[in-house]
Design a protein around this ligand. Structure first.
Ligand code: KIV
Ligand code: ZN
Length: 506
C-alpha cells in the first residue's frame, strides 16, 4: 500500500483563520502533539508575517525532531531569507514558497504578466534552493489557473530545484472529478514530474475539501495538506482527521495508508480546540461530540446487537476512551490516575497531585464527574499558563431589580493583592469592568459565549471570550461550576495572553 504524506498546516493556515491567535508556547505545545500524532510535515508558520510567527517557527524547528518542519514564504527575497533564518535550526527543514498563478490573481492582485510570474517563481525557488534541498512550491489558486500555464510553471520550478509541488484549491472552488483531472493532467503533461512529489491543499468553501483531497490522491497526488478540526481561512482546510480516517476506513477501496497514529486524533483535536478557541460543531465528522453517539432506537438496537451495523469506525481507533468508571467525591487517587491515563495524560507526581486537588474541589460541587468535566477543568489546571495577573476572588450581587455590582481581587505581577469594584448592566459586565479598573489595558470584547460541558444543574460552564487590542485578537477560556467565575477566568486568560504577547514583542 502506498503511503500518503500528511502535511499538517494547523499552525499556519489554521491559525490564519479569523480570530486565531496562538502564542509561541501554545504553538510549541500543538507541535509536540502533532509529532505524537505522527504527521510527516508540520508547517509551523509564516515567519515574515510577524515576530510571533518567526519565534514560533524558530522554536519548533529547534525542539521538534521527527517530522519535517516547514516555513512559508512569498516569492520574494526578504520573505525567503527570513523564513530560512527561522528554519535553519531544524533537523529536517523545508522552505515553502508560493505565488499566485491564476489569471484572476495575476490581473487583479499581482498586476503581473504570466511571463513575469514564471520568471519570479523560477528565481525564487532557486534562491530557496541555495539554503536547503527540501523545497516546496505552491501555485496559489491553481484550480483556477489555465492548466497549460500551470504545467509550464511547474516544469520550470522543478528545474529550479522544487521537490514538492503543491496544487492548492485556494478558494475551495473545485469539484472532485475536475480536481482529480487536473492532478492527472500534471502527472501526464509535466515532463520532469518524476523528480517531484505532487501535493494538494484544499479549502472547504463548498464543503468539498476532503473529497477533493481524496480524489487527488487517487489520481496521483502523494501529499495532502490539512489541519486539525479543519480550521483555516474562511470555511477552513481539509480536516486531517477526515482524510486520515477515510484512508484508514476505506483502505479496501483506496489502497493507501498514512503514518498517523489515529489513537492520538481525539486528544489532538481537543488540544487545538482548547488553545485556538475554535469550537467544533457537535456533528463534525470523527471529532464532533455526536460523531459516535446513537440516538434513534433502531440505531441503538443495532449497535447493541453488533456495532458494525451502524458504526463504521470504532471510537477507540481515534482515541475516544470507552468510559467505564464514573468518578465522584469518594474516588481515590488511583482511580483518578487510571482515568487520566486512559484519557492519554501522562502526569508527573507533582502534576497528579495538583490535578487531584482540583478534582476533589470539583467533586465537592458536582455529584458525578465524567471525562468532559475532567478534561475541561483538570487540563486547565495542569497547563502552566504563565500569568501576569492571577484571579484571586470574585463576588457579585445581581438580580432583576437595579444594577449589578462586582468586586474582584487579583494578584499583581509583583505578588501584591489588589482589589476593586464596579457596577454593570449585568454580573459579567460588572466583573469585567472591575477587572479593567485593575489591569488597565484598553481592549474590546468581540466575542463571549457560554456553554455547558455536560447536562445537569451542577454542570460545568465553559466560557470562551475574544478580545481585540491593537488590531490583534486574543482568546481566553475559563471553566467553573459557577458561570460568573468561569467568565472572570476566561477574561483573565485572554488579558494575560495579551500582556504576555506585548511583553514578548517589546
Ligand atoms: O490556500 C492557499 O493557496 C495557501 C497557499 C499559501 C499554499 O494557503
Ligand atoms: Zn490555504
Amino acid at each position: 500500500m502506498e503511503r500518503v504524506i500528511i502535511f499538517d498546516t494547523t499552525l499556519r493556515d489554521g491559525e490564519q483563520a479569523a480570530g486565531g491567535s496562538l502564542n509561541v508556547q501554545e504553538k510549541l505545545e500543538i507541535a509536540r502533539q502533532l509529532e505524537k500524532l505522527g504527521v510527516d510535515v508540520i508547517e509551523a508558520g509564516f515567519p515574515f508575517s510577524s515576530p510571533g510567527d518567526f519565534e514560533a517557527v524558530k522554536l519548533i524547528a529547534k525542539e521538534i525532531k521527527t517530522p519535517i518542519i516547514c516555513g512559508l514564504a512569498r516569492c520574494n527575497p526578504k520573505d525567503i531569507d527570513r523564513a530560512w533564518e527561522a528554519l535553519k535550526g531544524a533537523k529536517r527543514p523545508r522552505l515553502h514558497v508560493f505565488i499566485a498563478t491564476s489569471d484572476i490573481h495575476l490581473k487583479y492582485q499581482l498586476r503581473k504578466s504570466r511571463e513575469e510570474v514564471l520568471q519570479i517563481a523560477r528565481e525564487m525557488v532557486a534562491r530557496a534552493k541555495g539554503y536547503t534541498d527540501d523545497i516546496e512550491f505552491s501555485a496559489m489558486d491553481a484550480s483556477r489557473t489555465e492548466p497549460a500555464y500551470l504545467y509550464q510553471i511547474l516544469e520550470a520550478v522543478i528545474d529550479a530545484g522544487a521537490t514538492t509541488l503543491n496544487i492548492p484549491d485556494t478558494v475551495g472552488y473545485a469539484i472532485p472529478a475536475e480536481f482529480g483531472e487536473l492532478i492527472w493532467g500534471i502527472t501526464q503533461k509535466v515532463p520532469n514530474i518524476a523528480k517531484a512529489v505532487i501535493s494538494v491543499h484544499c479549502h472547504d468553501d463548498l464543503g468539498l475539501a476532503t473529497a477533493n483531497s481524496l480524489e487527488a490522491v487517487k489520481r496521483g497526488a502523494k501529499q495532502v495538506e490539512c489541519t486539525i478540526n479543519g480550521i483555516g481561512e474562511r470555511g477552513g482546510n481539509a480536516a486531517l482527521e477526515e482524510v486520515v480516517m477515510a484512508i484508514k476506513t476505506r483502505k479496501d477501496f483506496l489502497n493507501l495508508t498514512t503514518g498517523v497514529n489515529t489513537e492520538q486524533i481525539y486528544k489532538t483535536s481537543r488540544l487545538v480546540r482548547e488553545l485556538t478557541g475554535f469550537v467544533v460543531q457537535s456533528n463534525k465528522a470523527i471529532v464532533g461530540a455526536n460523531a459516535f453517539r446513537h440516538e434513534s432506537g433502531i440505531h441503538q438496537d443495532g449497535v447493541i446487537k453488533m456495532p458494525i451495523t451502524f458504526e463504521i469506525m470504532n471510537p477507540k481507533m481515534v482515541g475516544i476512551p470507552a468510559s467505564t468508571l464514573v468518578l465522584g467525591k469518594r474516588s481515590g487517587r488511583n482511580a483518578f490516575r487510571k482515568r487520566l491515563e486512559e484519557l492519554g495524560y501522562d502526569l508527573s507526581a507533582d502534576e497528579l497531585g495538583r490535578a487531584f486537588t482540583t478534582f476533589k474541589e470539583l467533586a465537592d460541587k458536582k455529584k458525578e464527574i465524567d471525562d468532559r468535566d475532567i478534561e475541561s477543568v483538570i487540563k486547565q489546571e495542569l497547563r502552566t499558563i504563565t500569568e501576569v495577573y492571577h484571579l484571586d476572588s470574585v463576588q457579585i450581587s445581581c438580580g432583576n431589580k437595579g444594577v449589578s455590582m462586582a468586586s474582584v481581587k487579583l494578584l499583581s505581577p509583583d505578588g501584591q493583592s489588589i482589589a476593586d469594584a464596579a457596577l454593570g448592566t449585568g454580573p459579567v459586565d460588572a466583573v469585567y469592568k472591575a477587572i479593567n479598573r485593575l489591569v488597565r489595558v484598553p481592549n474590546t470584547l468581540t466575542e463571549f459565549s457560554v456553554k455547558s460541558v455536560t447536562g445537569g444543574i451542577d454542570a460545568i460552564g465553559e466560557v470562551l471570550v475574544r478580545i481585540e487590542s491593537g488590531g490583534i485578537t486574543y482568546s481566553g477560556r475559563g471553566a467553573d461550576t459557577d458561570v460568573i467565575v468561569a467568565s472572570a477566568k476566561a477574561y483573565m486568560n485572554a488579558l494575560n495572553r495579551l500582556l504576555i504577547a506585548r511583553k514578548a514583542s517589546r
